[in-house]
Design a protein around this ligand. Structure first.
Ligand SMILES: *[C@@H]1O[C@H](CO)[C@@H](O)[C@H](O)[C@H]1NC(C)=O
Ligand SMILES: *[C@@H]1O[C@H](CO)[C@@H](O)[C@H](O)[C@H]1NC(C)=O
Ligand SMILES: *[C@@H]1O[C@H](CO)[C@@H](O)[C@H](O)[C@H]1NC(C)=O
Ligand SMILES: *[C@@H]1O[C@H](CO)[C@@H](O)[C@H](O)[C@H]1NC(C)=O
Ligand SMILES: *[C@@H]1O[C@H](CO)[C@@H](O)[C@H](O)[C@H]1NC(C)=O
Ligand SMILES: *[C@@H]1O[C@H](CO)[C@@H](O)[C@H](O)[C@H]1NC(C)=O
Ligand SMILES: *[C@@H]1O[C@H](CO)[C@@H](O)[C@H](O)[C@H]1NC(C)=O
Ligand SMILES: *[C@@H]1O[C@H](CO)[C@@H](O)[C@H](O)[C@H]1NC(C)=O
Ligand SMILES: *[C@@H]1O[C@H](CO)[C@@H](O)[C@H](O)[C@H]1NC(C)=O
Ligand SMILES: *[C@@H]1O[C@H](CO)[C@@H](O)[C@H](O)[C@H]1NC(C)=O
Ligand SMILES: CC(=O)N[C@H]1CO[C@H](CO)[C@@H](O)[C@@H]1O
Ligand SMILES: CC(=O)N[C@H]1CO[C@H](CO)[C@@H](O)[C@@H]1O
Length: 718
């Protein structure tokens, strides 16, 4: 009680201090962040700038603001910005400053999660791959070379923000920054060096003098003054609280859904469940909640991490294309309004809680002037329960919280969804079913004689490709002296997919999955007497993004042998292997709009559905009229990558079915800003198993919302 009085005095003194000062000071205490002397309960949402386009940003931010958000949270993507040491890129979708200024222009705040390790289902957790070749480096621990590059990049970003005047302390929108990311998950692996690193990271960050607080999420021992924040789905239940009475309860990641892997089904988290846990967190003194993601977007190019699909958090309140996902968006908007209507009392009142029944409880915030807010909680998942509160009876829905901003009238119940659901409508705009629409380019199966890189061992894949391609050919010339005619080829791989060819003939393939990191391929092969070519194409579908010792992770072939019988087996690991990084078509950049004239595109031939053929397909299309988002339905394809006007719209993997027998993702977003009015080029690299004749071009919309969105300052689609 006493402490609370002190806080109020502190608040008043801050107000006085900041009087006449233009810059907004951001401080905090045990109750909340204090921005320019004002407390607020802040609702925040994650939108990652490279997962959409600059043309989409204004509309996404406007819809977030309309949904009752105060803050936009984003990671900073190191591997996009520093592709080579000290060579920076902040153009186009990577224009961080433009993104932040757009948020500022719409009057919202920014939480900037620099990391620079971010995980985020982003390839290599956001690290540029060149870090791997820094001598003596060990990531994310008390290691000199790592700390040098981490400090170098963090400083670069902080200085950039300062130069643009973007910190709240300078009058800008950034009110919070984050250093590291869920480090506690791996801290133990580093022993004492782990905790030394946490100390160092906190000191380094604080020393950059941003004038706004730093947070570490999922880091219960975050050193002062860095605030430890919660990530998860149910922080109202799971968060053990700030590690100091002077730090507020912040929730930096409340998962609105979950990322999706190939073979997985979308994780549908109901609007009611999200609303329940957000409300509980607020009732338990929480003052900042961030939705991860508010808009997920698209993992363009090869940016998704291992086995992660191209669409990111499509189930978020704004879907992959930025369209409203109802009732989620509307239900949360109403929740935000209900909390905002009584936030003064929540922030200035004294909280107490008491039981209302076996599984029911109340959290009440009261001010001395009599203002009163109540949260009535029913934890019973099955039954409606009637409780007595302030001499009135209230019926509480199963597993719900009622919000009473005046302790009398219910304005919101988390389980009572008042927003109409909407559904997605896919409209067919163009088919490509005529053979004449297409041209093809046949990539080649690499052979030992064509390779220049040789090694007497099986090389690690990432270190060999340096991640310039998903593909690495392992080739061998074998003098067959086995006693049997049809040995078994057995290979064990720690990459994601392997296709085996003997003398130019595809003999079979296999792949792993997100949870089981390696797999075995076993096939009978027919070898000729004498010389044979064995070529194995090893494919990665994104680099790993998490875990300790990421720099030591192994991908690629681990073991290759030919077996006649248990007794007679020939291990090929230490034979002389020839390597080719990437496919020929990649080297020739056949996906570019203007390709070199020596590339021979030919008429479409017979399509072999059950073969791995490594074929490039090319066609053109006109842009559909209107503003609705554009998607390609690739459900007739197998596995590969697609480019529109030379820009990669991401990998696709239709053949990897989920438990219900469906592809994890069939629709692939083509942002309108990638398009010209007509004659857009579409190029697909199909590993095999796909039929381009059944691809279709579509637009996406959602059913009407019984609400007038015409007031939005930007078109409702992109
Ligand atoms: C980062 O390192 C480069 C050299 O690698 C140096 O030129 C640059 O000044 C450093 N930047 C910062 C902000 O420390
Ligand atoms: C919330 O803050 C009050 C002080 O107003 C404190 O007494 C109470 O224990 C806190 N509740 C929780 C759940 O932390
Ligand atoms: C009050 O809230 C605290 C923290 O949320 C909880 O541990 C305690 O059991 C609650 N008390 C009652 C009487 O419900
Ligand atoms: C709870 O009450 C609501 C209306 O107040 C009703 O629609 C619902 O069926 C009831 N649920 C149960 C489990 O009784
Ligand atoms: C509830 O009713 C009792 C008896 O009439 C009264 O003393 C008390 O003040 C009332 N409480 C509230 C919160 O209205
Ligand atoms: C529910 O929606 C209707 C119509 O849109 C509106 O009139 C009503 O006020 C809403 N109720 C709540 C509790 O928000
Ligand atoms: C494309 O083909 C499908 C299936 O045959 C058909 O339903 C659709 O109308 C066609 N779309 C266009 C734009 O012709
Ligand atoms: C990675 O490749 C480089 C050559 O590019 C080689 O010098 C180095 O030893 C390799 N590192 C590992 C860990 O295999
Ligand atoms: C076959 O050749 C390999 C390498 O040339 C040799 O190591 C192996 O012993 C030979 N096997 C037989 C059965 O002759
Ligand atoms: C291949 O060579 C490595 C290192 O020279 C050795 O450790 C390994 O046992 C060899 N493997 C086989 C199957 O001979
Ligand atoms: C930290 C946390 O709350 N994690 C939870 C996230 O949500 C999943 C799915 O509901 C739970 O299994 C985790 O415990
Ligand atoms: C059947 C066949 O294509 N055999 C060839 C396999 O590869 C070796 C080495 O190039 C050739 O000599 C064989 O003719």
């Amino acid at each position: 009680m006493k402490k609370w009085v002190v806080l109020v005095v502190f608040l008043v003194s801050l107000k006085t201090l900041s009087f006449g000062v233009k810059e907004e000071e951001v401080t905090y205490d045990g109750r909340s962040l204090i921005i320019n002397g004002h407390r607020n309960i802040l609702f925040s949402g994650s939108i990652h700038y490279p997962r959409s386009t600059p043309q989409m940003w204004p509309n996404l931010i406007a819809k977030a603001k309309q949904g009752g958000l105060d803050v936009i949270q984003t990671y900073v993507f190191w591997n996009l910005h520093e592709p080579q040491p000290a060579k920076y890129d902040f153009s186009g979708r990577y224009d961080l400053v433009r993104f932040i200024k757009e948020i500022q222009a719409q009057g919202l705040y920014v939480c900037l999660r620099i990391g620079p390790f971010i995980e985020s289902e982003w390839t290599y957790g956001g690290f540029p791959f060149w870090l791997h070749d820094v001598p003596g480096i060990v990531y994310r621990t008390d290691n000199k070379p790592f700390k040098f590059y981490m400090q170098n990049f963090t400083t670069k970003i902080v200085n950039m923000m300062k130069e643009e005047g973007l910190y709240a302390s300078q009058g800008g929108p950034i009110i919070l920054s984050q250093i590291e990311n869920e480090y506690q998950n791996i801290e133990k692996a580093f022993g004492v060096a782990g905790s030394q690193y946490v100390e160092w990271a906190a000191k380094m960050a604080v020393g950059l003098n941003t004038g706004v607080p730093w947070v570490m999420c999922k880091q219960t021992d975050a050193p002062d003054p860095v605030i430890n924040a919660c990530n998860g789905m149910r922080c109202g239940e799971t968060f053990t609280g700030p590690n100091s009475p002077n730090k507020p309860a912040l929730w930096t990641e409340n998962w609105t859904s979950f990322y999706q892997v190939y073979g997985g089904v979308p994780y549908i988290r109901s609007a009611e469940d999200i609303a329940f846990h957000v409300t509980l967190f607020i009732a338990r003194n929480g003052s900042f909640v961030n939705y991860y993601m508010y808009h997920g977007g698209t993992n363009f190019g090869r940016t998704s991490s291992a086995y992660i699909i191209t669409a990111y958090y499509d189930q978020a309140p704004l879907d992959e294309y930025g369209l409203f996902r109802q009732p989620k968006w509307g239900h949360l908007k109403e929740l935000h309004a209900a909390i905002k209507s009584c936030s003064t009392t929540l922030l200035q009142g004294v909280q107490r809680n008491f039981s209302l029944g076996e599984m029911q409880e109340a959290y009440v915030f009261e001010e001395e002037n009599g203002e009163c807010v109540a949260f009535l909680i029913n934890n019973d998942r099955r039954n409606n329960v009637t409780v007595q509160f302030h001499n009135s009876s209230h019926e509480l829905l199963p597993k719900s919280i009622s919000i009473l901003p005046d302790c009398q009238n219910v304005v919101f119940n988390t389980a009572n969804v008042n927003t109409t659901s909407n559904i997605r409508i896919i409209t067919s705009r163009q088919n490509f079913s005529s053979v004449d629409d297409w041209k093809q380019y046949q990539d080649v199966i690499s052979k030992f004689d064509d390779t220049s890189l040789r090694s007497n061992s099986l090389l690690e894949q990432m270190n060999t490709t340096k991640d310039i391609s998903d593909y690495l050919w392992y080739t061998l010339r074998l003098e067959n002296n086995l006693s049997c005619g049809e040995p078994t080829l057995r290979l064990h791989s720690a990459a994601h997919v392997a296709y085996a060819f003997v003398n130019d003939t595809y003999i079979g393939g296999a792949h792993g999955n997100h949870d089981v990191k390696s797999f075995t391929l076993e096939l009978p092969v027919t070898l000729n007497e004498g010389k044979n070519n064995i070529s194995i194409l090893s494919v990665m579908v994104g680099l790993p993004d998490s875990g300790a010792f990421l720099e030591r992770r192994f991908a690629g072939l681990i073991n290759v042998e030919l077996q006649c019988s248990k007794q007679e087996s020939l291990n090929l690991n230490n034979y002389t292997w020839g390597y080719q990084v990437g496919l020929l078509g990649e080297q020739l950049e056949v996906y570019k709009e203007q390709t070199s004239s020596d590339i021979e595109w030919t008429q479409l031939e017979h399509i072999m559905i059950d073969q791995i053929t490594l074929t490039w397909y090319k066609t053109t299309f006109d842009t559909p009229k209107g503003d609705d988002p554009v998607v390609l339905d690739l459900s007739s394809m197998g596995k590969g990558e697609a480019w529109v006007n030379g820009q990669s719209i991401g990998r696709y993997w239709i053949l990897f079915h989920d438990s219900k027998g469906n592809p994890s993702q069939s629709l692939y977003h083509v942002p309108r800003s990638f398009l010209k009015e007509s004659e857009n080029s579409l190029v697909l690299l199909e590993e095999g198993g796909g039929n381009p004749l059944d691809i279709s071009l579509n637009t996406v919309s959602v059913t009407d919302l019984h609400e007038n969105f015409s007031k939005l300052p930007f078109p409702t689609s992109v």
